[in-house]
Design a protein around this ligand. Structure first.
Ligand SMILES: CC(C)(COP(=O)(O)OP(=O)(O)OC[C@H]1O[C@@H](n2cnc3c(N)ncnc32)[C@H](O)[C@@H]1OP(=O)(O)O)[C@@H](O)C(=O)NCCC(=O)NCCS
Length: 199
């Protein structure tokens, strides 16, 4: 299967994410486009989506899976990012290295299990390596079994577990992957990059 990947500019990408997250019934708190643009403006980032034809309408391509990552520094002024950096500083080396944070992503329910998220992950990794990033970090929770299983298959390694004081399902799991040419050797999805979309 050939996966179709589209990179989005910040403003259009933020709107598309707000729209696609409407299809993720499992998340009570979805990201708004303002939240996305607020975090990503003036920070190196990548917004990519896998697009596929609608059943019964092969002429219309729509986003079915998405992934957003951005650079993370050891010192951050935004309190949420400062907290994130502080939580991983003992397991991720920021010193002279570029760290990428894989922030949000998912696949629409009807398109899961078809390799779209792997294709996006490989696209993200190829971009990150070309951009000079050394490591990609991701955070999930104990209760996100699908995501944990997927990240294991994509060879992310657990680097930290932060227990929740009351509900273990809410405990945080931090995973990371060191980047380099060896990562590209393991890529296996056939991908076509469509023209960039939007600003
Ligand atoms: C997790 C999620 C993104 C996977 O997307 P997807 O498009 O179905 O993933 P893919 O089909 O590309 O699968 C990628 C790899 O993960 C594996 N995988 C996918 N779903 C899995 C699951 N539920 N359990 C275990 N492994 C899984 C696939 O077998 C594949 O491995 P392989 O390429 O080595 O065969 C999707 O299920 C999702 O959006 N879930 C809800 C989002 C979520 O839980 N977010 C948590 C917040 S962090």
């Amino acid at each position: 299967m050939e996966y179709l990947i589209r990179q989005y500019g910040l403003e259009q990408g933020a709107l598309e994410i707000e729209y696609i997250e409407e299809f993720f019934g499992e998340f009570a708190r979805r990201k708004t486009s303002n939240e996305i643009t607020g975090r990503l403006t003036e920070r190196e980032h990548l917004i990519v989506m896998a697009v596929a034809a609608l059943p019964g309408d092969p002429g219309t391509l729509m986003p079915v899976s998405y992934k957003v990552c951005h650079e993370l520094f050891s010192q951050e002024s935004d309190p949420r990012l400062a907290d994130l950096a502080a939580q991983i500083e003992d397991v991720v080396d920021f010193n002279g290295r570029r760290v990428l944070y894989s922030w949000i992503g998912g696949t629409r329910i009807d398109w899961r299990g078809q390799g779209h998220f792997r294709a996006l992950t490989e696209e993200q990794e190829a971009w990150a390596i070309a951009a000079g990033f050394d490591e990609v970090v991701v955070k999930t929770k104990n209760r996100y079994y699908e995501m944990r299983g997927t990240l294991a298959n994509l060879h992310f390694n657990v680097v930290k577990y932060v227990p929740h004081p009351i509900e273990n399902l809410e405990s945080k799991v931090f995973l990371s992957k060191k980047l380099g040419p060896h990562v590209l050797d393991l890529h296996r999805s056939a991908r076509t990059r469509l023209e960039d979309s939007g600003r």
